[in-house]
Design a protein around this ligand. Structure first.
Ligand code: BG6
Length: 528
């Protein structure tokens, strides 16, 4: 397919493949050479919710790491907006401490000094008109002092109930309208709604203010190297694709397990639960990337088109009672320590029915996947922290061995280890050395740490850089978000109407019901 091919724009307008995102003009750069570092042009970022955990642990360190890697423009500016009574210096100190504690790359005073020059703080609430006027003035001042050229992204790291307020204030105060030749973008953190209806409502509100191509919804899993590697593994190689279908694949298991509890996030988590927190976004995105057809190119519209086809082809099991499970952690032991059960955590309603574990079975109704179950599970306070995609293959149709020889032989599997120990494992059978024929499972392993000297950037580094470059490839579009809610809503509704989550002791692999769910299909969960 040649460059310049037009794609129907899924968000409304017509775009052209090969459109180069707005970049600083640099005569030494060949824009076609993607090996050159992608460096953001003159720009700044405004963070709403800057006093929150995400901002301190992820966003501020990511910005510093980008600056340290030379990927931000010299005049890059960072504006914090919050209620706190801070001056610019207090904000800069907060960023400084967050960077010292959480940044991935070493602290360099000269990088910090450069970055600190562009830091400002605006104090106010979301309905405070004067504060938004001050914000507009601050941006104009930064344009002059730092050369940000009017290019600003607004990062909404706030609960969804505040989204409408903030975007409407941005509109009312002229902040969403870019001066001629510049851009204004909205970056929106999850959760994007609570169900299909609320997500549609939020999309409507945001689209009334920002053009669709200037809205960046964050799913930080898409910023992970290993997740992007799903595309490389599948589409840069010839050996996997021929067997990546219902003729060879028995089923797919996608697991995102965490050993932590809900920590200090009771306010966010209770009433939301693990399926809304993780399956609606991260796990359905992993499933989509595992299942998609080869996109015509990696133009965002082409990739989204394929993901949408998969999400629209998802089929829920008829009996949700048999093929979905939710759980809630009870007290137990983790890392040698006794830990509280969910209902005893600070700030949790003692009668809460919120799920901290969820497992669901889905099928994808298309020619490639019909009849192949995709099992998705996630949970807090599980055995250990691990995210992986396991493509489990069918057994060989015939085994010309004595039966004892293959007694211990499992199914072939290709496992994409998203985190930790990032890499890919292939499991297959091999002869055990000795005089008799005995076949046992062995693994072949690719580990990022051994094959590459470069360490992986944090997901937020990649995503913030992409926002500044206007590259939307790693950001779910509104239709993806809505389709994902369409998949989850009936399950949540069923759970609401049927009893309570099953309890599981902290430090285990979830409730027994989850094992029974797979056993019913003659399968079992991997113990990663
Ligand atoms: C977030 C969820 O999206 O992802 C959290 O809201 C979860 O509940 C987190 O802990 C896990 O992210 P990661 O990158 O540590 O796997």
């Amino acid at each position: 397919m040649s460059n310049g091919q037009a794609f129907p724009d899924l968000e409304g307008s017509e775009v052209t493949q090969g459109t180069v995102p707005q970049q600083p003009a640099n005569p030494l750069r060949d824009p076609a050479d993607r090996r050159l570092p992608r460096i953001a042009g003159p720009s700044g970022l405004v963070i709403f919710g800057v006093t929150g955990d995400l901002s301190r642990k992820k966003l501020m360190p990511a910005i510093y790491d980008l600056a340290n890697r030379g990927l931000l423009p010299p005049g890059f500016s960072l504006v914090g907006f919050a209620r706190r009574e801070w001056e610019d210096e207090d904000f800069a100190k907060e960023v400084h401490d967050a960077v010292k504690e959480h940044a991935r790359t070493p602290f360099r005073e000269e990088v910090w000094q450069q970055l600190a020059k562009g830091m400002r703080f605006v104090q106010g609430t979301f309905d405070d008109d004067a504060a938004f006027d001050t914000l507009r003035q601050t941006i104009e001042d930064l344009d002059k002092a730092q050369g940000t050229s009017g290019n600003f992204a607004f990062y909404l790291s706030v609960p969804p109930k505040f989204f409408p307020n903030v975007v409407q204030q941005l509109k009312k105060h002229g902040l969403a309208d870019p001066p001629k030749g510049s851009w204004r973008r909205a970056v929106i953190e999850k959760p994007f709604g609570h169900n299909l209806e609320s997500a549609q409502e939020l999309n409507k509100v945001v689209h009334e203010v920002f053009p669709r191509d200037e809205v960046f919804r964050i799913d930080h899993y898409l910023g992970k190297e290993t997740v992007q590697n799903i595309l490389a593994l599948r589409f840069a190689n010839s050996m996997f694709e021929p067997i990546w279908n219902r003729s060879y694949v028995d089923h797919v298991q996608i697991t995102m397990a965490e050993d932590i509890g809900i920590g200090g996030r009771a306010g966010y988590y209770d009433g939301i639960g693990s399926a809304r927190d993780v399956i609606q976004n991260h796990l359905l995105q992993l499933m989509a990337l595992t299942a998609i057809e080869e996109p015509a190119s990696f133009h965002p519209k082409a990739l989204v088109a394929e993901k949408l086809k998969v999400l629209s082809a998802v089929q829920l099991p008829k009996d949700l009672g048999l093929h979905t499970v939710r759980g809630q952690y009870a007290s137990g032991w983790q890392g040698g320590e006794e830990v509280l059960g969910y209902l005893d955590e600070d700030g949790i309603d003692p009668n809460s029915k919120t799920d901290t574990f969820a497992a669901i079975k889905l099928e994808i109704n298309n020619r490639r996947w019909a009849g192949v179950p995709f099992y998705l599970r996630t949970g807090k306070r599980l055995g250990r922290r691990v995210t992986e995609i396991a493509v489990v293959f069918q057994r060989a149709p015939y085994l010309p061995f004595d039966s004892y020889a293959t007694e211990e032989l499992g199914q072939n599997a290709l496992v994409i280890r998203v985190q930790p120990d990032e890499g890919v494992t292939v499991r297959f059978g091999s002869k055990v050395p000795g005089t008799s024929m005995e076949v046992r499972d062995v693994t072949m392993d690719f580990a990022y740490g051994e094959s590459f000297t470069e360490s992986s950037p944090e997901a937020y580094e990649r995503l913030i850089l992409d926002v500044l470059l206007g590259d939307a490839n790693l950001f779910p579009r509104h239709q993806e978000v809505e389709l994902s809610w369409e998949i989850l809503d009936p399950i949540e509704k069923y759970w609401d109407q049927h009893g309570k989550p099953a309890q599981y002791p902290a430090g285990t692999w979830g409730p027994a019901e989850a094992d029974e769910m797979l056993a019913r299909d003659g399968r079992s969960w991997r113990r990663p």
